[in-house]
Design a protein around this ligand. Structure first.
Ligand SMILES: [Zn+2]
Length: 466
């Protein structure tokens, strides 16, 4: 009798377990977030790491152009007082270099890894920055367009039947960062390249302003914004209050989505708020708070925001109004780290290891369940000349949360604030497990305040109060 009871219990346990895993997989959708690939078609194995790995001593550059003299001259002229930071003991291996952008082997290995881990994502979000970090004189419109076109074709090649939702990055232009309102040569080109991914009404707004919205499923909408209009390095829209009418369009799009009972994901390249890596604001100050307030009446329908740009791994909470900073947040933004490991030579910030991120969401209510953060250890790869992609961490497990909504991530923030080991690990993951020197009091304040206070006023107050 006792054996029968035990068997019954075991059956119930197993059936619960089986039904749980069945139901969780049945309702579990997956998407890749590709961002900041920065593939450098001039990368040369053995290249000089102080010259972006584009020159091998005693050998002509790939395109036959010798620009090292000009590179040095320009740097000397422009930046007399700035120390250029070179990564110590770095070499331009075939698999990459911390001083340089993504070489061909790393780019291809990342796509091979994605199709091995999840070959059939429900869709892909792709938040831009395809060209390498060139100096302006090394770049032109044609090279920028070639970079965007190449990346479009590469994504289509590896994921031929997958829907793709792109956004434009600050490097997807010439001169870099400079994107005026449309129509212009850039918007004309991306409208053509991305026409297989988007509906006609999206292509219309894309051509005028680089933004669009698509209904992914009934009840589930993606809004792709051109946040480069607000970026501090973009001088084209400084005198405009609403470049290309994007704020007005966003408001009417969200209003209509609410009427239609749709849930919304926001995607874009440059995130608002404070850049914890470079210790600067990402947006011109006149745009930052207006941008955040644009979402304030729609916190009940916006699931999350997805950005790239900083090349680092972070998240941000936001509030309906800046004055609500002391209360519970009403929204959540995730920043996905880059594929490129490139260390900015002008700013004292660490490089990062190359990254890939797979999000999990609920098919039926479109909420965010989890993400898997993948990485490859470039330090090891340089020694072995191989590229091994590994799981770095799972968000739910690391943050000790049940889901990735703003309430759960606020609890995660409190853990990071209160448990020193959590902040240490958060900081390590910030650079995709590239070991940094630790985080002093100022660094801790910047990390915590950038998570909790994307509003300009809230951030300033937070810096002196944490
Ligand atoms: Zn980038």
């Amino acid at each position: 009798m006792r054996n029968i009871s035990l068997l019954l219990l075991l059956c119930i346990y197993l059936s619960i377990d089986i039904s749980f895993s069945l139901s969780s997989s049945l309702f579990n959708g997956k998407i890749w977030h590709i961002t900041d690939t920065h593939y450098d078609f001039l990368y040369q194995t053995g290249g000089d790491t102080t010259k972006q790995c584009r020159e091998v001593p005693g050998k002509k550059t790939v395109d036959g152009i010798v620009y090292s003299k000009k590179f040095e001259n320009d740097n000397n002229n422009k930046n007399n007082n700035i120390n250029i930071i070179h990564h110590p003991n770095d070499t331009a291996s075939a698999v990459g270099s911390y001083s340089c952008d993504t070489p061909y082997e790393l780019l291809i290995s990342s796509f091979e890894a994605m199709v091995k881990i999840e070959p059939n994502p429900d869709f892909i979000i792709w938040t831009g920055d395809d060209p390498p970090h060139f100096e302006t004189y090394q770049l032109n419109q044609s090279l920028v367009l070639q970079s965007i076109s190449n990346m479009t074709e590469l994504i289509k090649y590896y994921f031929p039947d997958t829907r793709v939702y792109p956004s434009i990055g600050n490097h997807d232009s010439f001169p870099e960062h400079q994107i005026p309102i449309g129509p212009n040569w850039l918007f004309d080109a991306i409208t053509e390249y991305w026409s297989p991914f988007l509906t006609n009404s999206s292509l219309e707004t894309l051509q005028y302003g680089g933004y669009y919205t698509e209904l992914v499923e009934p009840g589930f909408r993606i809004v792709s914004l051109n946040t480069v209009f607000y970026y501090t390095q973009n001088k084209q829209c400084l005198n405009l209050t609403d470049p290309a009418g994007q704020f007005a369009w966003l408001n009417s799009t969200l209003y209509q989505a609410k009427l239609n009972n749709e849930l919304v994901w926001i995607i874009g390249h440059v995130p608002p708020g404070y850049n914890e890596k470079y210790d600067i604001y990402n947006f011109h100050k006149q745009f930052n708070d207006i941008y955040l307030e644009a979402f304030s009446d729609y916190s009940d329908i916006i699931v999350a925001h997805f950005y790239g740009h900083e090349h680092s791994d972070a998240f941000r909470l936001y509030y309906d109004r800046p004055s609500m900073g002391e209360d519970f947040p009403t929204g959540i933004m995730f920043l996905t780290p880059s594929l490129t490991p490139w260390q900015n030579p002008w700013v004292p910030a660490p490089p990062n290891n190359p990254s890939l991120r797979l999000y999990h969401y609920n098919y039926t209510d479109f909420t965010l369940l989890d993400y898997d953060q993948y990485w490859t250890n470039l330090t090891d790869n340089i020694k072995t000349n191989e590229i091994n992609w590994m799981l770095e961490y799972r968000a739910r497990e690391f943050y000790h949360v049940e889901a990735l909504d703003h309430i759960s991530m606020y609890e995660a923030y409190l853990l990071i604030e209160q448990v020193p080991e959590m902040l240490d690990t958060y900081k390590l993951y910030n650079s995709v497990s590239y070991p940094s020197k630790g985080c002093d009091d100022v660094c801790k304040r910047i990390q915590l305040c950038s998570i909790r206070h994307p509003f300009v006023k809230g951030f300033k107050t937070c810096l002196v109060s944490v």
